[in-house]
Structure formats: structure tokens, C-alpha cells
Design a protein around this ligand. Sequence first.
Ligand SMILES: [Zn+2]
Ligand SMILES: [Zn+2]
Length: 165
Amino acid sequence: MSRQEWQNIFSAKTKGLVEKHGHNWILEFDDTIEADKQARFWYQYTRGAFARFRCSKCNKDWTSKKVLVVFHFQLNKSTRKGTVKAHHFRQECKTCEDAEMEKPKFAPDNIKALLEKLVERIDVRCYTKNRGNSSVRLRYFRKSDGPHEAAHCEACQKGFCGQAE
Ligand SMILES: [Zn+2]
Ligand SMILES: [Zn+2]
């Protein structure tokens, strides 16, 4: 259901691009993509957003102010198709042993804000003549306030949580 929500908001946000350029944009979820490791000719956009998690073992829930979401995107002008791949980084319960990595749940307003920024970035990268520096890297920010349990955060474990922008 949550993924359907992402799809709906994504369609709404890319409507302008679709109408203006006649390109079709699709959103895929792909947990194999990693920050700063985009395939050739793909652009990256990363952002942290507030999300909620629930442990599937003990049912405890918790929130995290900056859950890393990585997007890789590409426009194929010959097929007129744009593709966005998204990876939501997971976290695990800190009280359960052998806890599972849980997927974040984002509120609709946060999804809207994330996808709005993403579409702005797509517009700049794929449609604006002055594309800027395509090698812009993930910016590492100081840790946000509030507890962030690095040991229980998938992005931290992989070394690029960074509390992205
Ligand atoms: Zn638990
Ligand atoms: Zn982290």
C-alpha cells in the first residue's frame, strides 16, 4: 500500500514533465542500488526524511528524523522513457536479538516533499541546458539531533548514512 502511495505521488509530480516533453517517467524500488555507486550515465539524488519503523518481532515502533533515501535516475531520449530507482534504507529494532531490518514508512507529506525535490533535480539534470556538475557527491552532514542508532541503521553500516541533506 505504501508503495502504491509512492507511485501515485510520483505520477502526480512527474505529470508536468510528461506533458511538457512527452516522456514517460516510472518509479521502481530497487534495494540493490547504493549511494555514490550509480551506474554509468545515471544521476543520483539522495535525501533524508522523517520515517517510522515497526519491529516485526516485538511490535515496538520508533521514528527516525533522517532516513536515507537514494534515487538513481536516467532519461533515455530514444525510448522517451525516464526511470527512477529508489532505495529506502532500513533500520532494525535495538532491543530484539536477531532483529530484522525493517522498511521505513513515510507519511504522505514527507513523500510529497521528497518527490518534489527529486523532480526538481530531474528537471535540472535531464532537461536544463546548464546541467551543472554531474559529479556532485552525497553531502555528509553532521549527525542530526536526537538519537540515531548507527549500529541499527543499514545506511550507517554501509558507511554512507551521513545524515544526508
Ligand atoms: Zn523488536
Ligand atoms: Zn544511519
